[in-house]
Design a protein around this ligand. Structure first.
Ligand code: PMV
Length: 397
């Protein structure tokens, strides 16, 4: 494992999981959804593969692209063998359960993108110290017009010559990593792995951390970050991504997992069919939008009691549109006496619930007694981090 500087080295990046505080399902109809990063993370460690073999390794075994579509799509974008990128060994670890609506695949994609970008570095076309995206000579930024979120193979598109065709300065390690690029690439690979449909909620929250709001319009009073577009099988979709900095407080999220798997697509379809049959029930979807906006205002004020009340009101609406389940209700009812509010999080029908609480131990115990497996997190967590390999460089194109 010798990198280009001749040193033994590895690069490790990590990204948090997420849960949805407000607005699931209504976000499909243009209303805002609020996601919050949790302390549980996915870590991705990469090393140059020192064997003579051309194979990539994942957790010590030969890498199987079919089993790991996210890693495969990132490899094609950022580490193409046809351009001379050397084979790597990857180790994945973490505390986010998979397929439970907690963003494990987005966290994996964000962390893997950061690790590969750090190890590859990036060319800039300016001579000053300003590393802003307008001076990138390569890479994927939502500020740059030619980013096509959808395409799988992009080595030639991602490498642009700068002013007058020059590539001037090369930076690697931490200096090459960009939150926005990691969110964008993760969104792209989620879309590839999920048949062309993916909202940028998970990828943006797992990259930026803390609280992220996505909506079909630019929301007032919160910080707008960027627009994301995606060609889905149903046509062009566009989202506005915002961040919210909620004041710190001693509040916690306790997530309770029912252990029941309910695919998001089935739940979304269920709501669509209900609305087709009873169009007047769009009122409930609109009410979720109103509750979400009220929740955002309370978050900005740091009024967590009001945030909790809005979560419980949101749950009543989710129940009413038919996406809750007896198992979720049992865990939510168990959490209520010791928490500020509780609701299902994600698509519902199974999966997880979340409670906002000042007494995480009591809330967690109550949920466990009711049959849920719990995860405790402080409210909000840092986003992507490069944990090791600040100066690493494995390959330079
Ligand atoms: O549990 P998740 O992260 O798959 O969230 C689903 C959220 C929905 O609003 C139900 C669907 C969507 O695409 O936004």
């Amino acid at each position: 494992m010798v990198d280009m500087s001749g040193k033994m080295s590895s690069v490790t990046a990590s990204a948090p999981g997420k849960c949805i505080l407000f607005g699931e399902h209504a976000v499909v109809y243009g209303h805002p959804a609020v996601a919050v990063a949790i302390e549980q993370r996915i870590n991705v460690k990469i090393k140059c593969n020192n064997s003579k073999s051309e194979d990539w390794k994942l957790d010590g075994l030969k890498f199987n692209p079919k089993k790991h579509p996210h890693i495969e799509a990132i490899r094609r974008r950022l580490w193409p063998a046809e351009l001379g990128a050397p084979p790597l060994s990857i180790e994945i670890s973490g505390q986010i359960p998979t397929a439970s609506g907690l963003g494990s695949s987005a966290a994996l994609s964000v962390a893997a993108t950061a690790a590969l970008r750090a190890a590859r570095g990036r060319w800039f076309n300016n001579k000053t110290e300003d590393n802003s995206t307008e001076f990138w000579s390569e890479g994927f930024s939502s500020l740059i017009e030619d980013t096509d979120v959808h395409s799988i193979d992009q080595p030639s598109k991602s490498i642009r010559t700068g002013d007058n065709g020059r590539k001037i300065r090369h930076l690697s390690g931490k200096n090459a990593v960009d939150f926005d690029e990691c969110a964008l690439v993760a969104h792209a690979v989620e879309a590839i792995a999920q048949g062309g449909r993916a909202s940028p909620m998970d990828s943006s929250t797992c990259s930026h951390g803390n609280v992220v709001v996505i909506s079909d319009c630019i929301e007032q009073e919160i910080e707008w970050q960027y627009t994301r577009k995606l060609s889905t099988p149903e046509g062009e979709r566009e989202w506005q991504i915002h961040t919210v900095s909620a004041p710190e407080d001693e509040v916690y999220l306790v997530i309770g997992n029912t252990g029941i798997h309910a695919p998001t697509s089935t739940q979304v379809e269920k709501v669509a069919k209900m609305l087709e049959k009873y169009p007047e029930r769009m009122n409930e979807i609109e009410t979720i939008g109103i509750i979400a906006r009220r929740g955002i205002k309370s978050l900005l004020l740091g009024d967590y009691e009001a945030v909790g009340r809005a979560m419980s009101e949101n749950q009543l609406m989710l129940q009413s549109i038919g996406v809750s389940s007896p198992e979720l209700e049992r865990l939510i009812q168990a959490a209520i006496p010791t928490s500020l509010g509780a609701k299902l999080t994600g698509a519902g029908g199974g999966g997880c619930m979340v409670a906002l609480t000042r007494d995480p131990k009591a809330t967690s115990e109550a949920i466990e007694l009711a049959g849920g497996r719990t995860i405790i997190s402080k409210f909000g967590a840092n986003g992507l981090n490069l944990d090791e390999g600040h100066k690493a460089l494995f390959w330079k194109i």
